[in-house]
Ligand binder design. Sequence first.
Ligand code: CAA
Length: 390
Amino acid sequence: MPRYFVDLADLAEARGVDARKFSVGIGQEKMGVPPPDEDVVTMGASAAREALEQVDQDKIDTLMFATESGIDQSKAAAIYVHHLLGLPRNCKSFEIKQACCGSTAALQMALALVAQKPDRKVLIVASDVARYGLNSSGEPTQGAGAVALVISAQPRVMTLDPEWGAYTEDVMDFWRPNYMDEAVVDGKFSIKVYLKALTESWAQYARESGRTFADHDRFCYHLPFTRMGEKAHQQLAKLAGVTEPDMSLLAPGLHYNRIIGNSYTASLYIGLISMLENTAADLSGQRVGLFSYGSGCMAAYFSGVVSAGYRHALRMDRMQTQFETRQALTVAEYETFYQHALPRDGQRYKTPHHTTGPFRLSGMESHKRLYESTVTAAAEPTNIQVAAAG
Ligand code: CAA
């Protein structure tokens, strides 16, 4: 997650809105704000660097980068990450897009690749900056973050079930034309479509798996804001004839998103990590239902069983350190970061130094983004200059 955040109580005050609208009505407390030298590549590479710590990089067969805030119309963000991490040259690297559901599309594709070659692994990076207009109704649902998933035939965290439900419909609930930096959204409509896609994809999943609501111990949902997850869970329970679902089971999975904000492709998986890290009970062997929604729209319902020993793969202490060392921005400082723009005329430009992460966007030259590693450990390469190929 970025090093900076805005407290939504401050945003509410600045916008003249009752703070409870954000904290209760939308269910958000803070939103992550990327500084000018942080983008989807630097956040994604940082997440992947940690995910690969105990993995033999030579086993990584494919790197898929899912994002809906891409930095280039042609070159995949995956290729920058491939370089920053020093992955093997024979590792395929490409980008996948379908709004917030791109990461889940990548996941399903990765399962097929690993089934084909069980001795290989697939790295999925999901990284996004959720950006709406200043002072718009979407503004409090912004955020930023990244997740990296290692898909393997010997999963340490979760074994996915083979049954999937899917739903696709051509709707204009949220989109971002190529010439815009902010998403365009029909907010109320997007909530309706999200819930319809949940009903439809669940129906196919339930038909194919024969599982009912009661066969799932926990639930995670795509979280554009945490109240959306609660609405989704209430709807799924209602469909199953459960009038008073135990909402306390959902709470641990909402915790991180409530203080990071929307991270589009990463959001469902940050919710899953939040649930695994913040549930005191041992979840080994428990089945989790997962709903992924990408506006536009495509959705997927699927499930997985938590692996025994999953806690060894968690990094709760590091998450806590990241939360504790984040810095609050005033609304004026957030607006300055928001308005920062990279040059579009090819001039040489150095970005101001803000991020403390292992990678940063150091600037631009001749329309090429330049990245550097700020890791100082002797074994790590420093000051890598990555120039986009012409
Ligand atoms: N105290 C407590 N609650 C209050 C309140 C107060 N003082 N004032 C308002 N509320 C409640 C409202 O009753 C409402 O709750 P319900 O939905 O349960 O009725 C909630 O706060 C929000 O109020 P509004 O509907 O009036 O808010 P809004 O019109 O300003 O917009 C929004 C809310 C549509 C979510 C907007 O923030 C938005 O467009 N966000 C971006 C789009 C989005 O996130 N869509 C989600 C589905 S699409 C998706 O999931 C993909 C993705 O990642 C984008």
